[in-house]
Design a binder for this molecule. Structure first.
Ligand code: URP
Ligand code: ZN
Ligand code: ZN
Length: 467
């Protein structure tokens, strides 16, 4: 199968030029101005005049079909990856969970079963570690060496579920120095938060907004500083996930200013939503119950500045959707029982373009860098993915900067009964999405194939070399 995309404006993290892109057998085979039609005869041609040709989005933080909070996230690997594709994302890195008493091998087999034959775009996994004895350390090595699971998420929050102590974190960090893995950290002080939650419930404070009020930004700042210090003592890089607060960004910035290999991602919800959403009437605040929680609005400007200055390197989604009707409602009388997470896999590119590029907060190149190129470099997928270059996978988005879209439950494809951005009109949206040289989204239609996505064995992160 061959594909020719003509006359598009090719945007990478560093380049911006008009060219034709010719794809053959799943990879980009040629790029050039006016590629001669006799030589580059394609089965299918797309006219991209007036549009951007971007490397496919890479979302390195998703939770599809994830058991959590007494239920399971609403999108499975089919619905979730279809929604991702509609949004211009062609690769995800989801999370397999090693529960206590279980091996990482078991976790990986379990998550492969959830995804294989269902995902419509390419996918890899991080491994969530909930305990780490000696056998676990050798398994970590095997995951990196043999399975392409080159990153590990650890939690400083959710006591009794995922939280591990500092010694475990330090052991995992040190091991990555030997095996080439990368630790991703959920940085919130879970012990303090638990006390605040108990206090609130004792006082009868049960509404959704108390989720945010019992998870103060200082709890994130403290844990972020501690995680960075542990990584410094272990002498390895670290990647902070879903950073939401200025307090945490300050710690990352300080570490980076000291020359430490400290990295962090934020998510659209922290750039576009705020604590005010918890004050919505009735139980609607539950839509925004996620951890870390939404912050006061002023944090948004600080995060945007962090993206512009590269103190934040990645924008991912932390897509973890739960329906209001039968899932969020589990916490109707007790905010601590509301499943934590929100949908976003479909709206990342369009939101960051509309709210980041259009008002001039970041350049088009930076947009591509934080949504595709750095995620690929950070998580061992570059240069196969994350750029538009000869030899790279033909994962491409023909992005129409003039196409407007109204975000909402009716217009989107995520399998969840609300949208945090309901009614928001954005300008700039994918027109055609290509994964592995196959068109998966053509305008408003999904034309891909269930199971068309491939499991990705990832290589080592480029973080030790500096990003
Ligand atoms: O609220 C969230 N973020 N849910 C997903 C699990 C996690 O901590 O990333
Ligand atoms: Zn987390
Ligand atoms: Zn998450």
């Amino acid at each position: 199968m061959s594909l020719l995309i003509t006359n598009g404006r090719v945007i990478t993290a560093t380049d911006d030029y008009v060219a034709d892109v010719y794809c053959e057998d799943g990879t980009i085979a040629a790029i050039g101005r006016d590629l001669p039609s006799q030589q580059f005869q394609a089965d299918h041609t797309i006219d991209a005049s007036g549009k951007y040709v971007l490397p496919g989005g890479i979302d390195v933080h998703t939770h599809l079909n994830m058991p959590f909070g007494g239920t399971t996230s609403a999108d499975d690997f089919e619905s979730g990856t279809i929604a991702a594709a509609f949004g211009g994302t062609t690769t995800i890195v989801d999370f397999a969970i090693q529960y206590r008493g279980q091996t990482m091998r078991h976790a990986l087999d379990d998550w492969r079963k959830r995804a294989d034959g269902k995902a419509v775009i390419d996918y890899g996994f991080h491994m969530i570690i909930t305990e780490l004895e000696d056998a676990g350390l050798t398994e970590m090595d095997r995951m990196v060496r043999d399975e392409g699971i080159t990153s590990f998420k650890l939690f400083m929050a959710y006591p009794g579920v995922f939280m591990v102590d500092d010694a475990t974190i330090f052991r995992a960090l040190r091991r990555t120095g030997d095996n080439g893995g990368l630790v991703c950290m959920h940085a919130e002080n879970g012990g303090v938060i638990d006390e605040l939650v108990k206090d609130a419930l004792r006082k009868g404070q049960t509404a959704p907004k108390y989720h945010a009020l019992t998870r103060p930004p200082t709890a994130e700042g403290e844990a972020t500083g501690r995680a960075l210090a542990l990584a410094e003592m272990a002498g390895v890089p670290i990647y902070i996930v879903h950073l939401s607060a200025a307090h945490a960004l300050d710690k990352v910035k300080q570490a980076r200013d000291m020359g430490l290999p400290a990295y962090a991602e934020t998510c659209p919800q922290y750039l576009f939503l705020s604590y005010d959403n918890y004050e919505e009437p009735g139980f609607d605040g539950a839509k925004y119950v996620m951890s870390p929680p939404l912050r006061e609005k002023w944090h948004q400007d600080v995060l945007w500045k962090g993206i512009a200055t590269n103190d934040l390197q990645v924008v991912s989604t932390d897509h973890c959707p739960f329906c209001m009707a039968d899932q969020k409602v589990l916490g109707k009388d007790d905010f601590s029982k509301i499943p934590n997470g929100a949908p976003g896999i479909e709206t990342r590119l369009t939101l960051v373009h509309n709210g980041g590029v259009r008002p001039g907060r970041i350049s088009l190149n930076r947009f591509v860098e934080v949504c595709s190129t750095t995620p690929a470099r950070m998580f061992g997928l570059f240069p196969r993915k994350g750029t538009v270059a000869v030899g790279s996978d033909a994962d491409l988005v023909v992005f129409d900067p003039h196409r407007s879209a109204t975000l909402g439950v009716k217009t989107l494809h995520m399998k969840v009964d609300y949208n945090p951005y309901e009614g928001t009109v954005v300008q700039g949206a994918p027109a055609t999405v290509i994964c592995g040289g196959q068109i998966v989204i053509d305008g408003d239609s999904f034309v891909g194939r269930k199971g068309g996505g491939r499991f990705l064995r990832r290589g080592p992160s480029l973080a030790p070399a500096g990003l």
